[in-house]
Design a protein around this ligand. Structure first.
Ligand code: TRP
Length: 453
């Protein structure tokens, strides 16, 4: 690309490690900590994990590379990226979808982010150890259906997200991720070790890792693929945007693979941190959101060192949620700064206000507005479903179609090999191109249609 000057004006990641931790930060999130462990439990343990790994390696990795290629080649936000790579066409609408989608996902995601701050505050005041017979289900319902409390914590969560993004890509996102991602891994490992060494933990591990292939059916396959998409932050321009801040020297396939590996390893560690404890205390493993906010506090209240473990756990949950939410806010911010030519501060402020208003709607939809339903869902669930079943699928589909069918094949090869300076074995290259062109679009169509059935 000829835009060396433009490149210099843009804030960029300072190192390969910075790119990696930022991408891993976007991927590792609430999806890993509460969703993955309970899906594994519900959908056949190791059989589900094997399917999940297969999808990550064969389908999601090429999709992630496609997003990375679009971003790195254009060095621009999602909309400008498509305008640059396919001038005069309607492809920029895909970029626009990537800007709209984060609004839908971040508004309910921040509500849960807010809950984790509230639980962290509780953990710090040792409320999970004070009364071992507390009814945590009632506590959770009382809190989430309250009008103002969750809104207050939602505000704090968005404020933290905005504070990091306002500092910029290099001084904000990269710095935060460099420190926080390693901390997050260490904290989660501490909890996993504590959980695994509890009496009765073996049953939880068996539940996680003993394959039961009879549980595999088309719905389980859809779950595995949907989870892989969600967990790797695909289809919403996060990877395009972070890719656009990456230098031409980065190895796209290498960094994407490491991101996918970190995300998967983290999900497995989270599974080991949660499931053995659930089993050791004879709780129900397939509770969804309740697993983290109801079952775990109950367990913390009853286990030795539970008060400290609770603090560590909710710090981890908050860090994981924050490192994902900053990537979503950055997608929108980059768009406003570059397309509307406004200051970064102004862009973050505008996004903040809109996110907050939508977030309030999501938060209230669990309490006072619970009666208001669209297609039988409250706003929170509606946003959740629309973002993962429609926005992410559509985004990812058009992104692979673009890279597979519209973008010059030579350009794709150029990006994957850094103008030929990286040696990729020819069969591997052909395999990646084949997946991007045929397999990924087909698989996405199958999932998307399956989701509607
Ligand atoms: N991957 C994040 C998680 O596992 C959530 C997420 C979904 C996301 N889609 C995204 C993050 C798009 C950033 C961009 O919790």
């Amino acid at each position: 690309m000829a835009k060396e000057n433009h490149l210099k004006e843009r804030d960029n990641f300072g190192s390969s490690f910075g790119v990696l931790v930022a991408l891993a930060g976007s991927a590792v999130g609430l999806g890993n900590i509460w969703r993955f462990p309970y899906l594994v439990g519900q959908d056949g343990g190791a059989a589900f994990i094997i399917l999940y790994l297969l999808f990550v390696a064969v389908v999601c990795l090429p999709i992630m590379c496609s997003e990375f290629i679009i971003g790195r080649r254009s060095q621009a936000n999602t909309v400008t990226a498509f305008k640059k790579l396919a001038p005069g066409t309607k492809w920029y609408l895909v970029g626009l979808l990537c800007v709209v989608s984060p609004f839908i996902i971040l508004s309910f995601y921040s509500v849960v982010g807010g809950w984790s701050i509230q639980y962290l505050v509780k953990a710090f005041s040792f409320q999970f150890t004070a009364a071992a017979d507390t009814d945590f289900a009632a506590l959770f319902t009382d809190f989430t259906t309250n009008t103002w409390q969750p809104v207050f914590y939602l505000f704090i969560f968005l404020l933290l997200t905005a504070a990091i993004v306002i500092l910029g890509v290099n001084k904000g996102i990269e710095k935060f991720s460099k420190v926080m991602m390693p901390v997050l891994f260490v904290l989660m490992i501490i909890i996993a070790v504590r959980a695994i060494t509890m009496p009765g933990a073996g049953e939880g591990l068996r539940y996680l890792f003993k394959p039961d292939f009879s549980k595999i059916n088309s719905r389980v396959a859809l779950d595995a693929l949907g989870q892989a998409f969600f967990s790797l932050s695909l289809g919403m321009g996060a990877v395009i945007t972070y890719g656009s801040y990456s230098s031409k020297k980065e190895n796209i396939l290498g960094i994407s693979s490491l991101t996918a590996i970190s995300d998967t390893v983290f999900a497995l560690i989270a599974g080991c941190a949660i499931m053995p404890a659930v089993f050791a205390f004879g709780m129900n493993p397939s509770q969804g959101p309740g697993l983290v906010f109801v079952v775990l506090p109950q367990i913390f209240a009853n286990m030795p060192l539970g008060g400290i473990i609770a603090i560590i756990f909710f710090i981890s949950l908050l860090l994981a949620a924050l490192s994902s939410s900053i990537s979503l806010l950055e997608v929108v911010t980059a768009f406003m700064v570059e397309e509307w030519k406004i200051k970064r501060k102004a862009a973050v402020l505008i996004a903040f206000v809109v996110f907050f208003l939508l977030g309030i709607a999501c938060s209230l939809s669990i309490g006072p507005w619970a009666e208001f339903k669209v297609f039988g869902l409250n706003i929170f669930d509606l946003f959740d479903k629309v973002s993962s079943n429609i926005c992410m699928m559509l985004g990812a589909l058009f992104i692979v179609l673009f890279v597979g069918w519209k973008l010059d094949k030579a350009a794709v090869k150029d990006e994957l090999t850094n103008q030929g300076s990286l040696k990729l074995p020819r069969p591997l290259m052909n395999f990646i191109l084949f997946i991007i062109k045929y397999v990924a679009p087909l698989v996405i169509l199958v999932i998307a249609v399956g989701n509607f059935l």
